[in-house]
Structures are given as structure tokens and as C-alpha cells.
Write a protein that binds this ligand. Structure first.
Ligand SMILES: Nc1ncnc2c1ncn2[C@@H]1O[C@H](COP(=O)(O)OP(=O)(O)OP(=O)(O)O)[C@@H](O)[C@H]1O
Ligand code: SF4
Ligand SMILES: [Mg+2]
Length: 349
């Protein structure tokens, strides 16, 4: 169950990359909270800024990138943006852990899975040899790896894709984190294995009361895992709502487009819809709506002023509203039934 106070509060997060050619404003004024025991799904097309948001929280934005000064990332009462690299090392892995999309990049191919787990347990939790070995076996068992004691001695390439992802999750859990960031953890897996990994994450969350930030571009997966969903587009969160509300009554035209693109969910049973065009790369603060070139509801004002940041639904509205007419226009979108929207996505939770 979620407590009232957020475990993580991200406020006005701006992350930029400075290349010879241009400035890329990959994350532009992002706000969201995650509570203990809650899963926040972050969804959006490729290039929308999901991974950079995650890396910003983990303190892993490297040159030529920078988290800008006005950004705030509060975790468990501490301001992470003010931490030095050595202070951040006590947070990263220990309190906030991350599971990446490709298990092979997270596991070192030249060490056995067991050695990597034991090393993490020795460094971060100060466990001695025998205790580290016992704990490593226990962690592999916890994530459903059969014959764990034997598989400790195997190298990552000897594991199947699903088993490797379980190994990565075990590694992420080794330090007993409070927040787990999963960046497309199942994208490389087939659907059956994907379902098993999602189930495993749900079990682990319940056992440990973990907060999870789950990144994906798959609206079906988002419906299954999330309590709340933040929809990202070109560095901004354009909608933030409880999962049921988002699917029943999407407020933003981009969310509508994503929902209409779910296979099997095409309106009237016709051809699958797609959102024409591509996510733009922001080079500075928005001066207009970034979704305008692709928006079926665009009107003149959308070219003249950037819409206000999306206030989370189901929570008090943030005190900012530069162009409330745009938000009202979004809010008038109706006509989607919960039953049809949730069908086949297990979203009724
Ligand atoms: N190191 C970097 N240098 C320059 N630009 C970068 C860098 N890393 C990310 N970007 C840019 O930031 C933007 C957001 O990238 P990000 O990786 O967060 O997208 P994403 O939503 O995770 O996409 P995907 O679904 O493909 O993983 C993109 O335009 C990307 O090109
Ligand atoms: S602000 Fe205008 S262009 Fe942007 S999503 Fe809303 S209606 Fe569409
Ligand atoms: Mg990404």
C-alpha cells in the first residue's frame, strides 16, 4: 500500500545535452511523484526522454549532458541534485536500483553471475565470503532461478534471455533498494517470458513494498503494471493520471493516439491507427505545443504558446496554468469506454 508522502519527488527536471551541433533539451520541466509500493509507468515513443529522466534520477547523466540548476529530485527527504558523485554512490544501487533493457550490458560477461552478485553484496552490504554466497543463492531463488547454487557458477552467456533478466533483477535487489527503476526491462523478451518477468516484479513489489518506475513504449504493458501513468512527449510529461482514468478518459490527444495504436483496439474494428510524423528533438524551452504538427485537434493558439505542464490527475493541481483553454480543450475528449479500452490488457487493477 502506498503511503501519503512521496518517496521520490521530481520537480521541474530539465536535462540538456550540449553537442558541437546543437543543444538537446532531452527532459524539459518534468514533474512527478512516486510513493512507496506504487508503480509509476512512464510511456512515450522513442526519443521522448524516458531514459534520460531515469538516468537523471540515478545521477548517471554524463558529459556532454547536464541536469540544470532549477531541477529538484527529492528522494526519501534528501535532495539528490546537490549530492557529490561519492555521496551519490551511496544512493545508487543501494537505495535506488535500475534494471536496463539489455541484460547483456548490465552483466559483465567475464564474471560468473554468482561472482557479480557476491561482489555487490560484499561492497555495498559488507557481507563476508560465506554470508555473501548464501545471500546470492537466496536472491537467485527469490527471482525464480532454479538450481540456484549451481547456476551461480555460470557466466551470463550460459543463461537464457529471461534468466539473464532475472539475474539482473537479483543484482538490482541485492542492496535492498526502496525504488527500482525498470527501463524497458522486457522489450527484448518474447511475450511469454515478458509476462513471467512482469509477474515476478509484481511479486517482489508486494513482498518488499517497493516503489517502481517502469519505462516502456508499450501501452499494453503499461496497463498491466502501473498504478499511475505519466505520458512523455518530446521531453515533457503531457498527461499524468491513475491508470484506469488514463485508459477510460485520456485527456491529451497524444495519449489518444497511443491508445488508438494498440493492436486490437482500433476504433470501429478498422485498420490500426498510427500517429503520423516523429517526435521532435527539443533544442530549448518550448515556445509552442511540440505535438502540434501531429495533433488532430490543433488550433491557432497551439502555435503561439506552449501549453502548461500537465498537472497530475487524482491529486491537487500544481499552481501553474499559462494557457488553461488548452487544458480544457483536452479535457473535453470523451467517448472511450473502460470495458473496450481495458479488454485484453489486464488493466482492471
Ligand atoms: N548522450 C547524449 N547526447 C546527446 N543527446 C542525447 C544523449 N542521450 C540522449 N540524447 C537525446 O535525448 C533525447 C531523449 O532520449 P532518451 O534516450 O531519453 O529517449 P527514450 O524516450 O528513452 O527513447 P527510447 O524509447 O528509444 O529508449 C533524444 O533526442 C536523444 O537523442
Ligand atoms: S495544445 Fe493544441 S496542438 Fe497541442 S495537443 Fe493540445 S490541441 Fe493539440
Ligand atoms: Mg530509452
Amino acid at each position: 500500500m502506498s503511503s501519503d508522502q512521496p518517496l521520490l519527488s521530481v520537480t521541474e527536471l530539465v536535462t540538456e545535452f550540449y553537442t558541437d551541433k546543437e543543444t538537446v533539451r532531452a527532459v524539459d520541466g518534468v514533474n512527478f511523484d512516486i510513493r512507496t509500493g506504487e508503480t509509476l509507468g512512464i510511456v512515450g515513443e522513442s526519443g521522448s526522454g524516458k531514459s534520460v529522466t531515469a538516468r537523471s534520477i540515478m545521477g548517471l547523466v554524463e558529459s556532454p549532458g547536464k541536469v540544470l540548476g532549477e531541477s529538484s529530485i527529492r528522494f526519501d527527504g534528501e535532495e539528490l541534485t546537490e549530492k557529490s558523485e561519492s555521496e551519490y554512490q551511496n544512493v545508487r544501487g543501494a537505495k535506488i536500483a535500475m534494471v536496463f533493457q539489455d541484460p547483456l550490458t548490465s552483466l559483465n560477461p567475464v564474471y560468473t553471475v554468482g561472482n557479480q552478485l557476491k561482489e555487490t553484496l560484499r561492497i555495498h552490504r559488507g557481507l563476508k565470503r560465506k554470508a555473501a554466497t548464501d545471500k546470492a543463492v537466496e536472491l537467485l531463488e527469490d527471482v525464480g532461478i532454479p538450481d540456484a547454487a549451481r547456476r551461480m557458477k555460470e557466466y551470463p552467456h550460459q543463461f537464457s534471455g529471461g534468466m539473464r533478466q532475472r539475474g539482473i533483477i537479483a543484482l538490482a535487489l541485492a542492496c535492498n533498494p526502496e525504488l527500482l527503476i525498470c527501463d524497458e526491462p522486457t522489450t527484448a523478451l518474447d511475450v511469454t517470458i515478458q509476462a513471467q518477468i512482469l509477474e515476478l516484479l509484481e511479486e517482489i513489489q508486494e513482498e518488499r513494498d517497493l516503489a517502481i518506475m517502469f519505462i516502456t513504449h508499450d501501452m499494453g504493458v503499461i496497463a498491466e503494471v502501473s498504478d499511475r501513468v505519466a505520458v512523455m512527449y518530446a521531453g515533457e510529461i503531457v498527461e499524468n493520471a491513475p491508470v484506469i482514468d488514463l485508459y477510460d478518459d485520456p485527456a491529451h490527444p497524444y495519449t489518444n493516439g497511443l491508445l488508438d495504436s494498440i493492436p486490437g483496439e482500433e476504433p470501429g474494428g478498422g485498420d490500426l491507427s498510427t500517429i503520423e510524423g516523429e517526435v521532435p528533438i527539443p533544442n530549448g524551452p518550448a515556445t509552442r505545443c511540440r505535438f502540434e504538427p501531429r495533433c488532430p485537434k490543433a488550433f491557432e493558439e497551439c502555435l503561439q504558446v506552449a501549453p502548461p505542464a500537465a498537472a497530475p490527475r487524482g491529486e491537487p493541481r500544481r499552481p501553474q496554468s499559462r494557457l488553461p483553454t488548452l487544458s480544457r480543450r483536452h479535457a473535453t475528449r470523451r467517448g472511450r469506454t473502460g470495458a473496450s479500452r481495458r479488454r485484453g490488457h489486464g488493466g482492471d487493477r
